[in-house]
Design a protein around this ligand. Structure first.
Ligand SMILES: Nc1nc2c(ncn2[C@@H]2O[C@H](COP(=O)(O)OP(=O)(O)OP(=O)(O)O)[C@@H](O)[C@H]2O)c(=O)[nH]1
Ligand SMILES: [Mg+2]
Ligand SMILES: [Zn+2]
Length: 309
C-alpha cells in the first residue's frame, strides 16, 4: 500500500505519540519510525513540539520519518544533569517567560539564563511579571526597576495578575506568532494561557504552602492554536535552562549591553571581561551603566557556577 507523505507541525508529544497538525488543518496521531537523528543533536528521536516533520499518514497511526531543519530550539537542562539537555520546543518566533517576585519567587540568575538561551538564537523575548496582586510594596517597586532594566535591553515586559486581570496587552504581542511560554512550576503559565484563550482550559495547579513550589501540573509541552496564525506553547515548569554550547569569548554576545560595548575593550573580541585591562564592560559596570546583577550572572555562567535557585 502506498501512501502520500505529508509535512506537518508537532503540536504535542506524550511520550511515544505525537499529535501532528497538517496544513489542511487535520490532526494526525503519529509515532516515530526507526531512529531519527538531527545534525548537532545528541539524542535519537529528538522530536519536539514545534518541529516540522515529514510523516506517512498510513493506517490509524502515522509514522514520522524525518525532522525538517529547525530555525531554533530552546533547551531545558536534564534533571539528572547527565550532560545532555531536553529540547523544550523548536521553531519558535518568540519566547515568553512568566516570572514572579511573589511565590515561587524567580531568581534573576534564572531570568538571565533564559534570556541568554533565547538570545543565542536571536529569539525575541517577553517577560510577564505575574501575581501582581500578591506583591508587597517593596516587591512592586523592585518589579518596576526590573521592568526598566529589561526593557532597556530590548525585552518586552508586562506586570499583571493573570488570575485577577485581563491579559489583553499580552495577547497583542502574540498575534501571528508562535510563542513559547516558559517559567518555573507554579508561576502561572497555564493561568495566563487560560486568560488568553479560555477554550484551552489548561489545568491549573495548587502551590503547596510548605515548599512554596508548584507541583508541575503541566507535564508535556503542548502547542495551542489561538487563531489561524497565532500559536502558543505551554510548557511544564523547568528548574533550569540548558545553555547552547558557547565559546567563552562568545557568551557576552548574548548580553546585548555587553555585545554593544565589547569592541571598545582593549582586547576586543578576545576579552571575556573578567580581569583584562581597559575592559569597556568592566568600566560600564563600575559606572553603573551595566546592572550589577547582569554582570554577576554573566560571570556565573562564564565560570560555570551553579545558578540554580
Ligand atoms: N494570587 C495569584 N495567584 C495566581 C496568579 N496566577 C496564577 N496563580 C496561582 O498560582 C498557582 C499555579 O498556577 P499555574 O497556572 O498552574 O502555574 P504553572 O506555571 O502552569 O505551573 P506548572 O504547570 O506546574 O508549570 C495556581 O494556584 C494559580 O491559581 C496571580 O496572578 N495571582
Ligand atoms: Mg501549567
Ligand atoms: Zn572586556
Amino acid at each position: 500500500m502506498s501512501t502520500q507523505r505529508l509535512n506537518g507541525t508537532v503540536m504535542r508529544s506524550t511520550g511515544s505519540f505525537y499529535d501532528v497538525l497538517a496544513p489542511d488543518g487535520r490532526h494526525y496521531n503519529c509515532r516515530v519510525r526507526g531512529k531519527i537523528r538531527l545534525e548537532g543533536i545528541k539524542e535519537t528521536n529528538p522530536v519536539a513540539v514545534g518541529d516540522h516533520v515529514a510523516f506517512d499518514p498510513e493506517h490509524e497511526i502515522g509514522s514520522i520519518t524525518e525532522i525538517l531543519p529547525r530555525t531554533n530550539h530552546i533547551l531545558r537542562q536534564s534533571v539528572k544533569k547527565t550532560g545532555h539537555s531536553h529540547i523544550l520546543a523548536a521553531n519558535v518566533d518568540q519566547a515568553l517567560l512568566v516570572v514572579t517576585l511573589a511565590m515561587p519567587r524567580t531568581s534573576l540568575g534564572f531570568i538571565d539564563r533564559f534570556l541568554v538561551s533565547a538570545e543565542a538564537f536571536r529569539i525575541p523575548q517577553v517577560i510577564v511579571f505575574n501575581k501582581k496582586d500578591l506583591l508587597l510594596p517593596e516587591e512592586s517597586e523592585l518589579t518596576q526597576q526590573l521592568i526598566a532594566l529589561y526593557t532597556s535591553l530590548g525585552v518586552t515586559c508586562f506586570s499583571l495578575s493573570a488570575r485577577e486581570e485581563s491579559a489583553d496587552a499580552v495577547q497583542h504581542v502574540l498575534q501571528n506568532k508562535i510563542t513559547l511560554i516558559a517559567g518555573h512550576s507554579g508561576v502561572g503559565k497555564s493561568t495566563l494561557l487560560n486568560k488568553l484563550a479560555p477554550h484551552i482550559e489548561q489545568t491549573v495547579g495548587d502551590i503547596s504552602s510548605s515548599s512554596e513550589k508548584g507541583t508541575h501540573t503541566t507535564t508535556f509541552a503542548e502547542m495551542f492554536q489561538l487563531d489561524e496564525r497565532t500559536f502558543v506553547i505551554d510548557t511544564p515548569g523547568v528548574k533550569e535552562w540548558g545553555l547552547v554550547d558557547t565559546q567563552r569569548q562568545e557568551l557576552s554576545d548574548y548580553f546585548p549591553e555587553m555585545r554593544d560595548r565589547r569592541l571598545d575593550c582593549k582586547f576586543g573580541a578576545r576579552c571575556i571581561h573578567v580581569s583584562e585591562p581597559k575592559c569597556a564592560v568592566i568600566d560600564a559596570v563600575q559606572s553603573g551603566a551595566i546592572a550589577p546583577s547582569r554582570y554577576q550572572n554573566y560571570l556565573g555562567m562564564l565560570l560555570g557556577e551553579d545558578n540554580r535557585k
